[in-house]
Design a protein around this ligand. Structure first.
Ligand code: GDP
Ligand code: MG
Length: 181
C-alpha cells in the first residue's frame, strides 16, 4: 500500500511547569532529562500512523516568553499551527482550569477559517505523582468530551508510551484531506 505523506504544525500549550518540554522531548528522543531550561525550538519528527507518514513540526514555547508578550504573539502561533497539544498537570488545579478558555479561543480562531474541526489533544501529565493528584481522571475525560478533544493521562517522567499515544492520537485527528504533500 502507498503511504500518504503529510506535514503538520503542532503547538504545545499549557501553564508553566506542567511538563510541556518534558512531553515534547520524550516524544522526540524517548528520554526524560529532568530539567529543560527555557530554550525555544521548533522540532521536526516523523510518525507513521495508519499508513500515513506525518512530519510533525512541534513548537514548545517557553513559559517565560508567554508571560512577557501580549496576546498577539500567541494568536500568531495559533495561526501557524494545524493542531494542538494542551497540557496540564494532574497536581495543579489552575493549570487545568485555564484550558476551556484556551481551547475555545483556538476553536474560534481556527474554525472560523475552515469548516473542519481542529485537532486538539488534552494531556493530563505527571500521573506518577498520584499522591499529589488534585484533578481526577474523570474531570479530564469529561472536559475533553465536552470540547470534542482527545484525552490522555501520562507521565512524561516515567514512560515514553504516553507521549507516543498523545501524538498518535493527534495524528488520527488530522483529516486526510488536509496537509497532503
Ligand atoms: P514546562 O514549563 O511545561 O515546559 O515544564 P517542564 O517540561 O520544564 O517540566 C517542569 C518540571 O516538571 C521539571 O522539573 C520536570 O522534570 C517535571 N516533570 C515534567 N513531567 C513530569 C512528570 O510526568 N512527572 C514528574 N514527577 N515530573 C515531571
Ligand atoms: Mg518548557
Amino acid at each position: 500500500p502507498t503511504t500518504l505523506k503529510m506535514e503538520a504544525n503542532v503547538l504545545v500549550m499549557g501553564a508553566d511547569n506542567v511538563g510541556k518540554s518534558a512531553l515534547t522531548v520524550r516524544f522526540l528522543t524517548r528520554r526524560f532529562i529532568g530539567e529543560y531550561g527555557d530554550m525555544e525550538f521548533i522540532y521536526s519528527h516523523n510518525l507513521t500512523v495508519d499508513g500515513r507518514e506525518i512530519l510533525f513540526h512541534i513548537w514548545d514555547v517557553p513559559s517565560s516568553q508567554e508571560q512577557a508578550e501580549e496576546g498577539s504573539s500567541e494568536e500568531k502561533r495559533i495561526q501557524w499551527a494545524d493542531c494542538f497539544v494542551l497540557v496540564y498537570s494532574i497536581c495543579d488545579r489552575a493549570s487545568f482550569n485555564i484550558l476551556p478558555l484556551k481551547i475555545q479561543f483556538i476553536k474560534a480562531a481556527k474554525e472560523g477559517q475552515s469548516q473542519e474541526k481542529v485537532p486538539i489533544v488534552i494531556v493530563g501529565n505527571k500521573r506518577d505523582l498520584h499522591h499529589q493528584r488534585v484533578v481526577s481522571s474523570e474531570e479530564g475525560r469529561l472536559l475533553a468530551l465536552s470540547l470534542d478533544c482527545g484525552f490522555y493521562e501520562v507521565s512524561a517522567a516515567e514512560a515514553y508510551h504516553g507521549a507516543l499515544m498523545v501524538f498518535h492520537g493527534l495524528a488520527e485527528r488530522i483529516p486526510d484531506t488536509k496537509l497532503a504533500l
